[in-house]
Design a protein around this ligand. Structure first.
Ligand SMILES: [Zn+2]
Length: 312
């Protein structure tokens, strides 16, 4: 009897030990997988940034602090991930490049307003915007160019192809409005583009301050601070998606795809559109990290090589 009890105790100890060891192995495997997915996501994000800002981002480097940076034409370095833990508001107020690209912008149509705090594009890295579009009001204003937008001229930042992208989108929308007059009241008259101001209720500059955002014709149900979600949803339901598609094709994100909706607002954010286009799926670690882009394109191949060299 005694022997049997001792035997049972030994067996159960062995079993528990085995379980703990198995758990530890599983935990380690889970963490390794997470690290690999993080690394792939980082490389993809860096590639999207290099593709989106080809004149301004000249390279990638690992700092003495072991953090990863993009290097700008001016020599300034912008951190990819500051490794700080942030709340949702913390990410909006102090976004790094990783925060900015964390929420995937959907290129597919949405039927209902985005889930709570799903706002792909609302986090912006001001260091990047200042480098690309101008660091001060005076510098930004020097970069503004006139664009024809349905019966009137508006100004938009010419850097990084922003004003060319807007001109292209407005031209297509004008042609669409000719074929389909029902879109007129959603677009014209355009409400505004450049305006050196902060975002209402914050001390953060608006993308309008950089001349990289346009508000189409205003409706009182367009903005999350003006109306209830129900009213916003009604506006979303009737909104012509052809207009959205045209802007997205030209590198703009639509504020209608934010839980904090801003339905009249379009913002030139090529990095988000590129990420949505090429990397909408979570990393598949069986494939090369850049799977999805056309890496036979010499320019893209060059960026991939830079990232591979720096982040082995
Ligand atoms: Zn706006």
């Amino acid at each position: 009897m005694k022997k049997l009890i001792v035997g049972i105790i030994i067996l159960s100890l062995l079993f528990t030990g085995g379980c703990i060891e198995k758990q530890a192995l599983e935990n380690r495997a889970g963490e390794e997988l997470k690290t690999k997915e993080y690394e792939v996501t980082m490389k993809r994000d860096l590639l999207c940034l290099m593709m989106a800002y080809p004149q301004d981002i000249t390279g990638v480097e690992v700092g003495k602090d072991s953090l990863v940076y993009v290097v700008m034409k001016s020599g300034k370095r912008i951190v990819y991930d500051d490794k700080k833990t942030k709340s949702f508001d913390g990410k909006l107020n102090n976004a790094d490049l990783q925060d900015m690209l964390e929420q995937l912008y959907p290129l597919t149509d949405i039927q209902t307003l985005m889930d709570e705090n799903n706002d792909p594009g609302r986090a912006r890295v001001y260091g990047l915007l200042k480098e690309v579009y101008g660091g001060t009001k005076e510098q930004i204003e020097k970069n503004l160019k006139s664009v024809f937008a349905g019966g009137k001229n508006v100004v938009f930042n010419k850097n990084n192809g922003a004003s060319t992208a807007l001109a292209g989108a407005m031209k297509e929308i004008a042609a669409l409005a000719q074929r389909k007059p029902s879109i007129y009241p959603f677009v014209y008259p355009v409400n505004g583009t450049y305006n050196y101001r902060v975002i209402a209720g914050t001390n953060q500059l608006s993308p309008h301050a950089f001349g990289t955002a346009i508000d189409l014709k205003r409706d009182n149900r367009d903005y999350w601070k003006w109306v209830s979600r129900e009213e916003g949803q009604k506006r979303l339901d009737m909104y012509p998606r052809e207009v959205v598609k045209i802007f997205e094709n030209h590198g703009f994100v639509w504020g209608g795809k934010w839980s904090h909706f801003d339905i009249l607002h379009y913002e030139y954010r090529p990095e988000l559109i590129l990420k949505a286009k090429y990397f909408s799926e979570p990393p598949n670690l069986q494939n090369p990290w850049y799977d999805g882009v056309d890496y036979t394109d010499d320019r893209i191949k060059g960026y991939i090589e830079v990232i591979e060299r720096v982040l082995k």
